[in-house]
Design a protein around this ligand. Sequence first.
Ligand SMILES: O=c1ccn([C@@H]2O[C@H](COP(=O)(O)OP(=O)(O)O[C@H]3O[C@H](CO)[C@@H](O)[C@H](O)[C@H]3O)[C@@H](O)[C@H]2O)c(=O)[nH]1
Ligand SMILES: [Mn+2]
Length: 737
Amino acid sequence: MRRTAEAVEEEKRKLPLFKTEEAKGKFAFSLFSSSILVGICLIWAYRLSNLPTAGDRGRWLWIGMFFAELGFGFYWILTQALRWNLVRYYPLKFNLSQSSYKLPGVDIFVCTADPTVEPPTLVINTVLSAMSLNHPTEKLSVYLSDDGGSQLTFYALLEASCFSKLWIPFCKKFNVEPRSPDAYFTHNDLHEHTADAQQRLFIKEQYEDMIKRIEAVINKGSVPEELKNQHKGFSEWDSNVTKQNHQPIVQIIIDGRDTNAVDSDGCRLPTLVYMAREKRPDCLHHFKAGAMNALIRVSSEISNSAIILNLDCDMYANNAGSIKEALCFFMDEERGHQIAFVQHPQKYNNVTKNDLYGNSSPVLHKVELPGIGGYGSAIYCGTGCFHRRTSLCGTKYSEEHKGFWNSETRKDDNRTVHELEEASKVLASCGFEKGTQWGKEMGLIYGCPVEDVVTGLAIQCRGWKSVYYNPDNAAFIGVAPPTLDIALVQFTRWSDGMFQIFLSKYCPFIYGHKKIKLGAQMGYCGYLLWAPSSLPLLYYAIVLPFSLFRGIPLFPDIRSRWFIPFAYVFVSKNIYSIAEALIFGSTFKAWWNLQRMWVHRRTTSFFFAFIDCIVRQLGLSQTTFTVTAKVVTDDVSKMYQQEIMNFGSTSIMFTVISTLAMLNLFSLIGVVVKEFVGGLECKDMEKLVSQVVLCGLMVTVNGPVYEALIVRKDKGSMPGSVMVKSIVLASLACLIP
Ligand SMILES: O=c1ccn([C@@H]2O[C@H](COP(=O)(O)OP(=O)(O)O[C@H]3O[C@H](CO)[C@@H](O)[C@H](O)[C@H]3O)[C@@H](O)[C@H]2O)c(=O)[nH]1
Ligand SMILES: [Mn+2]
């Protein structure tokens, strides 16, 4: 019997569009982690059963050790959840091309905040890469939100819109990757003499000319009159416009409905919109979350696509097919309707071989984040994330979302560009959100420096699932912090914001109770508790050298049986961590660098964030957002490329890092001296071995710090004032009776 065409269609539609794979070795892992758990419990038992008697000088230090180890232990238990349920996702693009679905529209949001730390040339590379992604152009719209409200950025975007007429057809013809012109031309030599090469060279020259024009304008500081006359949009920038104070600006630079808006091959161009939402000094703007919400509303007026991709201004598209892959997840007949967002890892193009500042750990991308994704609760990381518009806007999950793609979402209105712009301005004004649910139940949530994590959690608690997808060919690539200073400030913002979530009504254990899986709640808390996780480490980093210097033992004698759990937990945990890192593609040195970064992060960023967060809980300060600098001077960049740590600033964080390093060094030297001079008896030494080893490790991991303090004389060395402060503070700590 011949099947009807309809039946064939129906069958194709049933083809799965993605598959999942569970990681192997779960059983072995649970055995191993149970053994560590037993070790941890024994450590706790040792602390409780061997408490020094009242009056003993080590008693309080001992109690502190108990609490620190309680902290380490509980924190370790939380992080285990990330490894119990590792699931990997694979889209099946071929099946999508077989199916009869109409592809939904995609709106891409790019956010920028400041033309000095985020140069317009960087921003337009991201915009150009987004515009040239493989997707029918009449269903693609790119929106740039400019929180800097800068005419320089607007000018650069106009230039980009012209260049896109060459760039998009060029990308599609030669299947260019990455789709950011800057990244493409930097990584591809153009020395061949074929006809193709001619064209590449031509595009390259056009690109370089454009960048020169933009840089000339940036160096001038404002757009010259003759250029301003070429676009009506510049009339928005009168003398009263400043970054913090201006009317809403919405300019539709390319109207995708316009059949005359075509590239050099005569193909239609995607829609391109510039938006600077209204800013007033007396009106909270809620940083990136506010910008995203304005984008959601403005785009709903103009293109209203069902899928939203959100990118930070430095995250260019590397893989041209990423939209199709994401659609596989959303459009799967069986499970697609449950998925609210698909998160890609944050990868960087400036990570060096041994990842000096631990910016991009393979274990994070290949184990921990997919691990929480395994519970259907992948964390929203703020960039490189495809969202379903309805779930981002606050809708609760329901079965009804099945197959919504076939309904056309684009508003089929005949309004002129001017009318659309005017309607959009209302949506991007300060007053619009007053008395609405925006920032609470709708859109991104306000009041938290990590708007992304809390928003993702809220979406999951409304019943949706999310996917963490880490393809081999990275979809989006950004800029990692190239100095220690910038990296630590970024971690301060993150850990501060995340601890704030833990203390708020969104605490996963309460808000997520019965809504997301227990493993996911634990996994979330592993991150949300970064800030307080600083306390046990700080305690160790201060009290161990302090007590070692005075010969107060805090660990069991190496001949005692109690020594075994300590040694087992410490050694096996670290061997596991090294093995895991090596298996997933780190070098040993990268692992070691990451350990150093964890020490630095915990003792500075996380601790400061802990304090900041408590102060804010008391109502004594307000949420802030320090934008991460994305460009540095050439010598700073060179130092980074050579993997030399850069301490060249007087940040208070560096004083803390140096003081701890000095304290540990002094006490280690002190013990060695005493041992030789004979101040300590051999019997004491055996009780102090653990402390000597731990202080010794702390000194080893801090190698680059001593170098920067004592040996180096270059720009990245520790400033003299920091050295003096650290030596004074560390000596004082040693001298306290
Ligand atoms: O008032 C603001 C502040 C920032 N941004 C934009 O937000 C993005 C992220 O800022 P960045 O300084 O690069 O922060 P990162 O630490 O790199 O960002 C990570 O962490 C943030 C939360 O802390 C998330 O929002 C980001 O998506 C995530 O990449 C950038 O495109 C900014 O232009 C705004 O649009 N408005
Ligand atoms: Mn960033």
